[in-house]
Ligand binder design. Structure first.
Ligand SMILES: NC(=O)c1ccc[n+]([C@@H]2O[C@H](COP(=O)([O-])OP(=O)(O)OC[C@H]3O[C@@H](n4cnc5c(N)ncnc54)[C@H](OP(=O)(O)O)[C@@H]3O)[C@@H](O)[C@H]2O)c1
Length: 240
């Protein structure tokens, strides 16, 4: 097993669980969810580091522990944890707007900030921020969610450029991925009539499977993807 450690946020379900299952053999994982009880059957070679990222105090503590307990051995980060509250903006309470911004955007920013200094010292590391196709296309009833996902794509591109401005020779890569509609708890909540409308827009004629995203993440973390940096990778069955 490699000594490389990878943090995966939101690793208890959906995309995060599929990514952690796929990476489990090759890497030592730091698995995150809101609480330890969200996990069953964790291989003892991995680490749990849990926090409700909607709580600024817990996010702060999470970043401190990440740096203190794993900072010098961390090789990769998959900022995957995310939430939705789908409704028209005019009916969206401010506390939901705050939670969307906090979990989907502020937490990944603070996690990038927490790990970046050591990555610069090591001159290596990979960050993959999990954006969404709606970050590019926009989506009715997901205005704030879409804004957070567009933010993650911009964050990734900006940080990639920032790293090269600070450090000429390095192998640090910062990317985002933009899944389309992937079958998870998050998409299970979409009403059937909307699901049928979304399907019509997908040339592949089906929703995606979690493993189809996990395989791309594994590739992007690996040295095989050494020249893929500062970009947003679509995994969406062909949605324009
Ligand atoms: N599914 C899709 O079609 C799709 C498409 C594009 C992008 N994405 C993005 O992909 C990522 C994963 O989506 P998914 O469908 O796999 O989601 P999911 O099945 O709903 O899983 C969400 C994960 O995030 C964690 N989480 C939820 N609230 C949290 C909070 N307040 N603080 C910390 N962690 C929290 C959950 O932990 P607990 O188990 O402890 O609650 C869980 O591990 C998200 O960023 C989502 O926006 C998904």
């Amino acid at each position: 097993m490699s000594e490389k450690k990878i943090l995966i946020t939101g690793a208890s379900r959906g995309l995060g669980l599929a990514i952690s299952n796929l990476l489990s053999k090759e890497y030592t994982l730091i698995l995150h969810a809101t609480r330890e009880e969200s996990f069953t059957n964790v291989d003892p070679k991995h680490h749990l580091l849990c926090a409700d990222l909607s709580d600024p105090g817990q996010l702060n503590e999470f970043c401190k522990r990440l740096k203190k307990e794993h900072g010098d051995t961390l090789y990769g980060v998959v900022n995957n944890a995310g939430i939705t509250f789908d409704k028209p903006l005019i009916y969206q309470p401010e506390n939901e707007i705050d939670r969307l911004l906090q979990v989907n955007l502020k937490a990944p920013i603070m996690i990038c900030k927490a790990v970046m200094k050591q990555f610069l010292l090591n001159k290596s590391g990979v960050i993959i921020n999990v954006s969404s196709c709606v970050g590019e296309t926009g989506n009715a009833f997901q205005a704030v969610y879409s804004a957070t996902k567009a933010g993650l794509a911009a964050l990734s591109k900006s940080l990639a450029r920032e790293v090269s401005a600070l450090n000429e020779e390095h192998s640090i890569r910062i990317l985002s991925i933009a899944p389309g509609f992937i079958e998870t708890d998050m998409t299970d909540k979409i009403p059937e009539n909307y699901r049928q409308d979304y399907l019509k827009a997908i040339p592949a004629n089906r929703f995606g499977k979690v493993n189809e995203v996990a395989e791309v993440v594994a590739f992007l973390l690996s040295d095989k993807a050494s020249y893929i940096n500062g970009t947003n990778i679509n995994i969406n069955g062909g949605i324009l």
